[in-house]
Design a protein around this ligand. Structure first.
Ligand SMILES: Cc1cc2nc3c(=O)[nH]c(=O)nc-3n(C[C@H](O)[C@H](O)[C@H](O)COP(=O)(O)OP(=O)(O)OC[C@H]3O[C@@H](n4cnc5c(N)ncnc54)[C@H](O)[C@@H]3O)c2cc1C
Length: 385
């Protein structure tokens, strides 16, 4: 029985598991996630009043090949605006979802899953719709985490696929018969192939000593810390410009990266019971050192005062959420491509049964993560037919 292990249950890991289920012949697919939840940096927080605060990513671009790939994968009813060319408004598909029976098919792709839940029409038309209406970004009814939830639900319904949370992989050991042994929670799991979707530096820490030069190269991909402060204020302040948000040149105030005007982009994520506005202040990045040691209260005050000053607004703050995202955005330094070449050549020359996916390598966007997972699964599937 052939087994594939996926390390990490973020969007890359779940996408890899999805494409493995769809395109490969592995009898068993095991996803190991260190934390108690899936999604990695995708962290949508939905409040009882309907407000959605996004601590991590908040929007997905439909453009380009990778954007189209994500739309084809999900077609989950991006936003709840009425899609006129559809014979029914999108909300009706979402309502219909609640009444669908569970599938009797054992192995179902997410495309099939969504088609069953939402009807064929929507899955095939969304890509065209996005193009025609020139969407610049989209999200989901309950935030971007809905994408992860849909992937999880689909995977959990397929035979031979297991998702284990609270299961950190602590060691990767290559055996002489060309397999990989993954240590999890004191047990050893043997696999024909391993997909690592975790940050490159974290992978280097669990790599066995016989591949120390690979581990050294993986450690050369740095990632920055970002402080995210989501702020909801009562009412609708008059913004001079409405739009996606603004970025700050480092000459202005190094600590602040920019502000996203969440309510302008996705007003559907505002609370339902009263007029409100949501913003996200992003701080840190390459200038994180200036924030080190500050308490959540201090970060919150800094974010709110900067928001009010920069936009020339004021108001009663009704919700605040502060999150320190450690090593969350990999930095592709000069020479990144040569470094990747070296890393991938090392793996290829030794025929290691290891695939590297995730934001550390070939693009950090959700689209990149999903598309790169797909391409890698398609590449290795030829060896495991
Ligand atoms: C603040 C912020 C805003 C962003 N905004 C956008 C946006 O608007 N649009 C967009 O497209 N992209 C955005 N991005 C980028 C995008 O969200 C990330 O690049 C992407 O989510 C990375 O996913 P991943 O699965 O590769 O990695 P991760 O999300 O890091 O997932 C890796 C998972 O592996 C787990 N793990 C780690 N070590 C182990 C181990 N030893 N064993 C088992 N599991 C382990 C972790 O717990 C984690 O769940 C944003 C990112 C951040 C941080």
């Amino acid at each position: 029985m052939t087994t594939a292990v996926v390390i990490g249950g973020g969007v890359s890991g779940l996408a890899a598991a999805h494409y493995l289920r769809k395109n490969s012949k592995f009898a068993k697919i095991l996803v190991f996630e260190a934390s108690s939840r899936l999604g990695g940096w995708l962290q949508s927080v939905q409040h009882p009043d309907g407000a959605v605060l996004e601590l991590g990513p908040r929007s997905i671009r439909p453009a380009g090949r990778a954007g189209k790939n994500t739309l084809e994968l999900v077609s989950l009813g991006a936003l709840f605006k009425v899609q006129k060319p559809f014979s029914r408004p999108l909300i009706s598909y979402i309502i219909k979802e609640v009444f669908q029976k569970r599938s009797t098919v054992e192995d179902e792709s997410i495309y099939d899953f969504i088609e069953r839940r939402m009807g064929k029409e929507i899955t095939s038309k969304l890509v065209k719709q996005a193009r025609l209406e020139k969407w610049s970004t989209y999200s989901f009814r309950r935030g971007v985490l809905q994408l992860v939830n849909a992937l999880e639900e689909s995977l959990r319904q397929t035979k031979g696929t297991e998702i284990h949370t609270n299961t950190p992989c602590s060691k990767l050991h290559f055996t002489s018969d060309g397999k990989l042994v993954v240590s999890v929670n004191g047990e050893e799991v043997k696999a024909e192939h391993v997909f690592s979707s975790i940050y490159a530096k974290n992978l280097s820490q669990i790599m066995s000593k016989d591949h120390s030069s690979l581990a050294t190269d993986l450690r050369k991909i740095p990632a920055v810390n970002v402080v995210v402060v989501c702020v909801e204020i009562a009412g609708k302040p008059n913004l001079i410009e409405s739009g996606f948000g603004h970025l700050l040149p480092s000459s202005e105030d190094g600590k602040l990266l920019g502000v996203v005007y969440d309510s302008c982009v996705f007003p559907q994520h505002n609370r339902q019971d009263m007029p409100s506005s949501r913003f996200t202040v992003m701080m840190g990045g390459a200038w994180y050192e200036e924030l080190r040691g500050k308490s959540d209260q201090e970060l919150q005050e800094l974010a709110i005062s900067s928001l009010f000053t920069q936009l020339g607004i004021s108001g009663t703050v009704t919700k605040v959420k502060v999150a320190l995202m450690k090593e969350c955005i990999p930095q592709y330094l000069v020479g990144h491509h040569q470094l990747l070449e070296k890393i991938f050549t090392y793996i290829k020359d030794r025929d290691l049964p290891l695939s590297l996916v995730g934001s550390s390598y070939r693009g950090p966007s959700i689209n990149d993560c999903i598309n790169n997972a797909r391409l890698e699964v398609e590449r290795i599937s030829k060896h495991y037919c």
